[in-house]
Design a binder for this molecule. Structure first.
Ligand code: ATP
Ligand code: MG
Length: 305
């Protein structure tokens, strides 16, 4: 028996007046997967997510979530979703705990059940001690963790995370990664956007790269790296005046630019010997190719412009 996909988009389009935000998008998310949407600012990631969580109506095409069409059964779909939106939308007049309790009431949870879920979830995101704090008095990282806790109040089958860790310090980012992997282990399907390729590589089974409303490619992080870039990278941080000279001299090696960094690609580290010999004092890193290299190659842009 073929199980239905948790999310299935076919020729999905969204147009805002004269802006095409999402064009002819096809993708499928299997149960239990972590599926990532990555792409430069304005690529259409948030619009795609908003159509999945039924607050933006597709212009055309089909979008099925839990095998139901979003335009026909939004209430049934929303009941089984958790959402961490790109912008925190907490109620600033309420405490941490009251924010969760209010959200629980939308799903019809009794006060007793809501209270115990609230305690459990605040423990899960390490916020138990701030239960009675007002929202304006907690840090940005705490607000993000609270939004994550809130998204879990209804025990969702699909969790939608729009840039869950943007702007957070490394410790909070690692805590959130750890919790997301735990949720995935419990069988919850995750649909995530991020500008951090390290995050996509760590968490996602499948990644869809978008640019200017279109899908550019899709695959596993490792598969995308194998397909698009040679295995070794030499990163050189060079003075601006030298960039053109270096590019011309080593034209025969594949390379990309990002700010003051030049990335050279090779099938073995030996291929970089002449560059290192020519610029021995230049700051450099030799590393395996990553999803970030694929991103730069396919979208031709820096991660954050
Ligand atoms: N409500 C709206 N009205 C008009 N245009 C919109 C609206 N929402 C999004 N857009 C446009 O649709 C395009 C895609 O925006 P979207 O927010 O989906 O991008 P994104 O990939 O999430 O970008 P970011 O990485 O900056 O969050 C952009 O050109 C944006 O200006
Ligand atoms: Mg966005």
């Amino acid at each position: 028996m073929i199980l239905p996909m948790v999310v299935a988009a076919k020729s999905l389009n969204k147009r805002y007046r004269d802006v095409v935000a999402v064009a002819a998008l096809d993708f499928e998310v299997e149960k239990g997967q972590c599926y990532g949407l990555v792409g430069p600012n304005g690529a259409g990631k948030t619009t795609t997510m908003k159509m999945v969580y039924c607050i933006v109506t597709p212009t055309s095409g089909s979008l099925r979530v839990f095998d139901m069409e979003v335009s026909l059964q939004p209430r049934k779909i929303k009941a089984r979703l958790g959402v961490v939106p790109q912008e925190n939308n907490l109620d600033p007049d309420l405490t941490v705990c009251q924010n969760l309790m209010t959200h629980a009431s939308y799903f019809g949870l009794s006060r007793d059940v809501a209270r115990s879920r609230c305690q459990e979830l605040l423990g899960f995101v390490q916020l138990s001690e701030r239960s009675d704090s007002r929202v304006p008095d907690i840090s940005g990282g705490m607000k993000r963790r609270l939004v994550l806790a809130r998204s879990l109040i209804n025990n969702p089958d699909l969790l939608i995370l729009d840039e869950p860790t943007t702007g957070l310090d490394p410790q909070v980012r690692h805590l959130i990664w750890d919790r997301l992997l735990e949720l995935k282990d419990r069988g919850i399907t995750l649909l995530l956007t991020t500008h951090y390729m390290e995050e996509a590589q760590k968490l996602c089974d499948r990644v869809l790269i978008m640019d200017q409303a279109n899908a550019v490619d899709m695959g596993s992080p490792a598969g995308l790296v194998r397909k698009h870039v040679p295995p070794y990278v030499l990163e050189l941080r060079v003075e601006r005046r030298l960039i053109q000279k270096i590019q011309e001299r080593f034209r025969h090696l594949g390379h990309q630019m990002s700010g003051q960094n030049v990335y050279f690609y090779g099938n073995s580290q030996d291929e970089f010997e002449e560059i290192v010999a020519a610029y021995p004092d230049t700051e450099r890193i030799m590393r395996p190719a990553s999803l970030e290299d694929v991103f730069l190659k396919l979208t031709g842009r820096e991660i954050r412009q």
